[in-house]
Ligand binder design. Sequence first.
Ligand code: FAD
Length: 527
Amino acid sequence: MEAATAATAAMVWFRKGLRVHDNPALDAARRGAGRLYPVFVLDPRYLRPDPAAASLGSARAGVARVRFLLQSLSDLDARLRRLGSRLLLVRARDDVGDAVCAALKDWNIGKLCFESDTEPYALSRDKKVTDFAMASGIEVFTPVSHTLFDPAEIIKKNGGRPPLTYQSFISIAGEPPEPVMEEYSELPPVGDTGEYELLPVPTVEELGYGDISQEEIPPFRGGETEALRRMKESLKNKEWVAKFEKPKGDPSAFLKPATTVLSPYLKFGCLSSRYFYHCIQNVYRSVRNHTKPPVSLAGQLLWRDFFYTVSFGTPNFDQMKGNNICKQIPWIGNEELFVAWRDGRTGYPWIDAIMIQLRKCGWMHHLARHSVACFLTRGDLFIHWEKGRDVFERLLIDSDWAINNGNWLWLSCSSFFYQYHRIYSPITFGKKYDPDGNYIRHFIPMLKGTSGTTFQHQYELSSEVKMVHHETASKECRKRMGEAYASSRLDGNPIEGKPSNVSRRKMSHGDQDASSPSIAKLLKRSS
Ligand code: FAD
């Protein structure tokens, strides 16, 4: 084995941040390095097949997201190879931290660079590796580059607590740093890996999830190349960017989605959020007028950072118990109803089609996510948001710990948003966007090939198998939410600026959507 000296060998450890552009960890690792080890470790926590799972995949990731990850790794490898390097894929037997520590030692690494990550799992994994590296005299550099801002900095500026409204977040955040856009002509050569078994990027079939031949292949391909293409395509239409206004847009548009579908690329870091933000600003500079946060396209990226910041500064953010920004609500655990919701068998075509789209494509429009999250929790079934969160977490290709939990807290009126009497109707909301039933017919096998064009007709086809009666169920949910809000269990819940007895008119929270005028109108019509 060629002796790589500590002074010349650097490792860039990819986890998220699966890109070459705007990658400060890669940039720092390559500087002055005689040998560069670009490493990704396959993590059994996310990849190990789980035959008992509700659909094919691992316990934590459905096949669609695993495929997206593998495509992203192949693309990263190809892009590194064009620069004279390559991705070194290592399989962890169990603990990823252990695998990285072993490689640091075996390859005599002098400098380790990886992107900072604020998820609890990542924090403990990274601490283990950092402690080992420091104790071994290895230089460690962990830049913040997954988000626009550094969540720790924002919390510090806010007096040690995360800002709990979008507006307060914006007023503290300011402008994000510019992306690092240096173009490389080559990277340092890859160091000798000795006895290590380096794997080619496996196919999803090789990971052993069983017969995936019947699985639909989602229309979104992973990787930086596709991310940059998709972003450029979205931003080409300057008028669309300038007028972008969430929550306007058709949630039933599945052939040409109403939003960018860049979320999976941002999740895996195939696209840098700072570069995306920077490119949006360039479009804004070239037009006369444009929409503003929270509804604008740039405003969506700020929502992302908002949830990252709150999640980083809130203990037990991903659960109700012990989470001091989460209302304590006595949810009911009805397994039969939950499974029907999860599997798209509620009998409400709008709800079922969305859940089937989730399973098949791993992505749905924001308002579609609203509909099914509201239905599961405070709208109809009164089932715990954590159960719905788990299903989304496993099946979404853009599954993101901070954003997913944040939005489930929001939709279930457990935090951030408290207008629980505003409920999406699973009938009229769908009817509004899918009057001809094209969306539901596409996703619900039973309705495929049925004649009749109106949504109403499609709805009636399945009305006898409805799991719950919406009018009755939603009335009961409102009653339960009212009782929970009024109960003493909510006292002392330190939600910023929140009166303890929440009244509709008094609400003044950071308005993501449901309290913005347009969504309020939509909800009024639907409920
Ligand atoms: P665009 O409208 O094009 O927005 C651009 C980017 O802004 C997105 O890619 C995303 O990174 C960010 N963004 C947009 N909306 C939000 C939002 N409400 N909160 C935070 N960031 C946002 N998004 C995820 O990325 N991962 C999740 O796991 C996730 N879970 C959700 C769960 C529920 C119950 C709900 C209601 C929403 C969830 N979202 C999640 C937020 C949102 O629905 C998606 O980010 C969005 O639909 C992705 O599509 P897009 O890329 O076309 O978004």
